[in-house]
Design a protein around this ligand. Sequence first.
Ligand SMILES: NC(=O)C1=CN([C@@H]2O[C@H](COP(=O)(O)OP(=O)(O)OC[C@H]3O[C@@H](n4cnc5c(N)ncnc54)[C@H](OP(=O)(O)O)[C@@H]3O)[C@@H](O)[C@H]2O)C=CC1
Ligand SMILES: O=C1O[C@H](COP(=O)(O)O)[C@@H](O)[C@H](O)[C@H]1O
Length: 457
Amino acid sequence: MTTRQKSDVLVVFGATGDLAHKMIFPSLYAMMKRGTLDTPIIGVAFDAWSREQLVARARDAVATHVDAIDEAVFDKLAARLSYVSGDYRNPETFAQLRTALGQHQHPLYYLAIPPSLFETVVTGLSTAGIAATARLMVEKPFGHDLASAKALNAALHAVFEEEAIFRIDHFLGKEAIQNLLYFRFANSFLEPVWNRDHVESVQITMAEDFGIKGRGKFYDEVGCIRDVIQNHLVNVLLLLAMEPPASSASDDLVDEKVQILKAMPPLTHADVVRGQFDGYLDEPGVAPGSSRETFAAARFRVQTWRWNSVPFFIRAGKNLPAHATEVVVRFKQPPVALFDNGAQTPSNYVRFRLGPDIAIGIGARRKLAGDGMQGEAVELAAVDDGVGDMAPYERLIGDAMAGERQLFTRQDAAELAWKIIEPILDNPAKPGSYQPGSWGPAEMADFAPPGGWVDPA
Ligand SMILES: NC(=O)C1=CN([C@@H]2O[C@H](COP(=O)(O)OP(=O)(O)OC[C@H]3O[C@@H](n4cnc5c(N)ncnc54)[C@H](OP(=O)(O)O)[C@@H]3O)[C@@H](O)[C@H]2O)C=CC1
Ligand SMILES: O=C1O[C@H](COP(=O)(O)O)[C@@H](O)[C@H](O)[C@H]1O
């Protein structure tokens, strides 16, 4: 299959599951509405459902996520749906799928299934002779540590070439995160100051004001560092730190990200604060006495000419006081404090609000009206209302079907990210406890970027 060839059928493994309900069907509906989906869609899962049951499930999924279903659009989606029922461990399931594919030669197989079944399905596709001219889209988590990520890559590569594999990190499909790349490299005014001469620190906060939403079993195996830092937030860091790519071609972009990953030394325990919210151990599915973190803050180093000595801090957690993902790039103080009676005033910054609301702000000081040279902090902000923005899964499914790899994680990048995080995974020490609605455990009092954390409003 050439890299430019469009997939001519979408096959969703896990069509009856939670992710399909929450993200995939609403995205397929949105694609249909936008006119960007014109292929058949085959769901494959264990439940002995009829096609009508799958259509009903898809309808429920869409109804849950849109204000009012456009019936004509949904009917077009429903008309494209078919269903193959069977166990992925049974070769007969793949024989049935081969029949269902009919004349279609270039499927996109979307693995929205438990990771323990990725290899089983890939082998099943290969044995049935329906893998050679196909693409594979793989859900997170992509491995549990470096060794498992490597093993998974080896299993996928036994059947699919790297160019045919699309590893999802839904953060990369977000409009605001694409804008990080755009804002940095579509403007020239940032470049002269975007380096260690001018930047004091970079901080990335992903705060969620809700808990683990009944996903105790999943979350307790994963924890905050694996769930969002190793993937989503390291990806944000890479977009902030990377050098300008030679072109916007996928491999040129990823090559620059990989250069940054190679320049980041593995974390040590001294680089990390872990926390667990009070009440976590009472959540269904959480192991008794679990030491899994629901909060983590980490200090990363990027040892390049541009960034050496600039700390990159990431913090993330459940049950924090706000729901916001935000980056603050803080610039150094002016060399001489001429005004404000010589006081060191908050310095300049660039703030990227990545979600749920979207904004870019530039922090500066201006003089207050009056006789004295006293000032105040102001922010020049561009706020995006998000109306009409493409949801990440819609963008990513569309890109994978088109063979567009820019927003997917390449094998080397996935493995390097694990290498950096690996030493701090699975710390048996008890994380510091924190009250739901606070900014993490007491240890955070001594763990902050120069100038302190900026708590998103
Ligand atoms: N749910 C979420 O919010 C998110 C999920 N993900 C990832 O997406 C993937 C799927 O997660 P999720 O939808 O929550 O999982 P679910 O457990 O809800 O769904 C699993 C799906 O796999 C099918 N399945 C499982 N075992 C078999 C089998 N042996 N043979 C045939 N079908 C089987 C199930 O079919 P059946 O129902 O018929 O038994 C079901 O359709 C995972 O990798 C997860 O990490 C990523 C981000 C968020
Ligand atoms: O992958 C995940 O992301 C969500 C947050 O995603 P967002 O797009 O809603 O910001 C997080 O809540 C979840 O724990 C994690 O698995």
